[in-house]
Design a protein around this ligand. Structure first.
Ligand code: PLP
Length: 478
C-alpha cells in the first residue's frame, strides 16, 4: 500500500468535508494530532487501520437493511448482503464459531441481543410451545401476562463490578440489572483471583438462568472450561463477554481452557478494543441459539449499519493474517513488561501482575485516589482511566485504581523496553503527586498537587518515547 494513497484519501476526504463545515474538518485533523501526541494507555482503545476507517466513510451508511443476509425487509440490499456475509464468514473462521451475528452497534447492544436470545430460547419458546401457539401475538391475554412476568423474573450470575465485571453483567444502572435478578461472584481477597469453588457455590445456591464470564478490568486469564462445567451443573446458559480480550482470542494467545468460544453457548464482543476494528459489537453462538440471535434487529437493535459491517469485514480479514497473532502476543508481552516495571519500582498491582492486555494499579499505595492519579497522569501527557479495585473503599466514582492497557501502544510499535520507560514515567508522576485537602481541612478525593514543571518534563519524555513510532505513518495531512 503506497503511503501516498492513504494521505491522498484522507486529505481529499477532509477537503470535501471542509467545503461544507470547516469546523468539522478541523476537529478531525486536530483529533489526529492529539492522538499522535498522547501516550494512550486506555485498555479499551486502539487505532483501527486506514482501510478499516475508510470502509466506514461511504454510501453504505445510506442503506436500510433490516433482516439478515438474503432475507431483508428492504429491497436493494445485495451489496449489504455481500459485506455482512463476509464479516460473518471472517468472524466464524477467525474464532472457530458455528455462527456469527455482526449487526450489533456496540458491545452493550451485543449483550442485549445475547440476553434476549437466551430469554427467548429458555423462557419464551417453551411458553409458546406449552400454549401451543407459534408467536406471542397468538397467546391469550392471561398467558401473555404470565410470560411477561416469567421473562422479568430470571436470574443472572456475573462478575462483580469492583472485581472487574462490566455494568451490563446485571448491574442496576444498566437495563440488565433491572431485567434480571442479579448476583455477583468476586475475587479472592488474598490473591485477587477468581475463586472457582466460590463461583460454583454461588451458582448452586442461586441457580441462575445465565452465568456470565468476561470482564473489563480483570488482569488475568479466565478458565472458561471450569465456568462451563459450573453452568452445566446448574442448568445455566454460559455466556462470555470477551469485549476486552477478543484480540487475544483472535491472535491465539488465549487457547484451550482460556478460549471462550468452544466452551460458551454464546459469546459477545466489541470489535474496537484489542480486536482493532471499527466501533461495534458482535455475537458468536452455538447453532441452537443462532435463530434467536439473528432476531437481534428489531428485537433490541435498530437497523444494521452497513458501513460499519463493511469495516468489520476489513478488520476481521486483517485479524486473520499471521501478523495479527504476532501483534496479540506483543500486547501481552508489553503488558507484562509494564507490570514488571511498575512492580519493581514499588507499585501495588491487583493480582500482582497480568496475563492479558491490562494492568490494574492500586494507587492507594501512593496515597492517592484513582481520580487524583488519573488527572495527575493526564497533566503529564499519559492517558489512562481510573477504575475500582476489588472491595474498593472509594466507590466507582473516585476509585482506588488506575487501569492501563497496551493494545494501542503496541499497534504503534512500542516494545518491552519502552514499556519499562513508561513504567518509570507513571511511577514518577504518582510518587510526586500529593493528595489535597478540602477548604475545611478534610482530605479531598479529587484535589492533588503536582509540580507543573515536573508534569511538563514527563510530558516531553512521553512525546520522546512516541517519536520513533509515529501513529498512522502513511497519513500526512499537511
Ligand atoms: N462489555 C465489556 C466487557 C466492556 O468492557 C464494554 C466497554 O467498555 C462493553 C461491553 C460495552 O461496549 P460498548 O461501549 O461498545 O457498548
Amino acid at each position: 500500500m503506497s503511503r501516498n494513497a492513504e494521505s491522498t484519501a484522507f486529505r481529499s476526504a477532509l477537503e470535501v468535508i471542509r467545503a461544507v463545515e470547516p469546523r468539522v474538518a478541523d476537529a478531525i485533523g486536530a483529533e489526529l494530532t492529539d492522538q499522535r501526541e498522547s501516550l494512550k494507555l486506555i485498555a479499551s482503545e486502539n487505532y483501527a487501520s486506514p482501510a478499516t476507517l475508510l470502509a466506514m466513510g461511504n454510501w453504505f451508511s445510506d442503506k436500510y437493511a433490516e433482516g439478515t443476509v438474503g432475507r431483508r425487509f428492504y429491497a436493494g440490499c445485495q451489496n449489504v448482503d455481500t459485506v455482512e456475509a463476509l464479516a460473518a464468514e471472517h468472524a466464524r473462521e477467525l474464532f472457530g464459531a458455528a455462527h456469527a451475528y455482526v449487526q450489533p452497534h456496540s458491545g452493550i447492544d451485543a449483550n442485549l441481543v445475547a440476553f434476549w436470545a437466551v430469554l427467548a430460547d429458555r423462557v419464551e419458546s417453551p411458553a409458546l410451545k406449552k400454549a401451543q401457539v407459534r408467536q406471542v401475538n397468538d397467546l391469550t391475554e392471561a398467558d401473555w401476562f404470565a410470560l411477561r412476568r416469567e421473562l422479568g423474573n430470571q436470574r443472572m450470575l456475573g462478575m462483580s463490578l469492583d472485581a472487574g465485571g462490566h455494568l451490563t453483567h446485571g448491574f442496576r444502572p444498566n437495563i440488565s440489572g433491572k431485567m434480571f435478578d442479579q448476583r455477583s461472584y468476586g475475587t479472592d481477597p488474598a490473591t485477587g483471583l477468581i475463586d472457582y469453588d466460590r463461583v460454583a457455590e454461588a451458582a448452586r445456591e442461586f441457580k441462575p438462568l445465565i452465568l456470565v464470564g468476561g470482564y473489563s478490568a480483570y488482569p488475568r486469564k479466565v478458565n472458561f472450561r471450569i465456568l462451563r462445567e459450573i453452568a452445566d451443573s446448574v442448568g445455566a446458559t454460559f455466556m462470555v463477554d470477551m469485549a476486552h480480550f477478543a484480540g487475544l482470542v483472535a491472535g491465539k494467545v488465549f487457547t484451550g481452557d482460556f478460549d471462550p468460544v468452544p466452551h460458551a453457548h454464546i459469546v459477545t464482543t466489541t470489535t474496537h478494543k484489542s480486536l482493532r476494528g471499527p466501533r461495534g459489537g458482535m455475537v458468536l453462538c452455538q447453532p441452537e441459539l443462532a435463530d434467536q440471535v439473528d432476531r437481534g434487529c428489531p428485537m433490541v437493535l435498530g437497523g444494521p449499519l452497513p458501513h460499519v459491517m463493511a469495516a468489520k469485514a476489513v478488520a476481521l480479514a486483517e485479524a486473520r493474517r499471521p501478523e495479527f497473532a504476532d501483534y496479540a502476543q506483543r500486547i501481552v508481552d508489553n503488558a507484562q513488561a509494564l507490570a514488571e516495571g511498575l512492580s519493581r519500582r514499588g507499585a501495588k498491582l491487583v493480582t500482582g501482575g497480568t496475563d492479558n492486555h491490562l494492568v490494574l494499579i492500586d494507587v492507594s499505595g501512593y496515597g492517592l485516589t484513582g481520580r487524583q492519579a488519573e488527572q495527575a497522569l493526564l497533566d503529564s501527557g499519559i492517558v489512562t482511566n481510573r477504575n475500582s479495585v476489588p472491595q474498593d473503599p472509594n466507590g466507582a466514582w473516585y476509585t482506588s485504581g488506575i487501569r492501563i492497557g497496551t493494545p494501542a501502544l503496541t499497534t504503534r510499535g512500542l516494545g518491552t523496553a519502552e514499556m519499562d520507560q513508561t513504567a518509570e514515567l507513571i511511577h514518577t508522576v504518582l510518587t510526586q503527586t500529593t493528595a489535597g485537602a478540602n477548604a475545611d481541612g478534610t482530605p479531598s478525593k479529587a484535589k492533588y498537587t503536582l509540580d507543573p514543571a515536573l508534569a511538563d518534563k514527563i510530558s516531553r519524555q512521553a512525546t520522546d518515547l512516541l517519536a520513533p513510532h509515529p501513529l498512522y505513518p502513511g497519513i500526512d495531512l499537511s
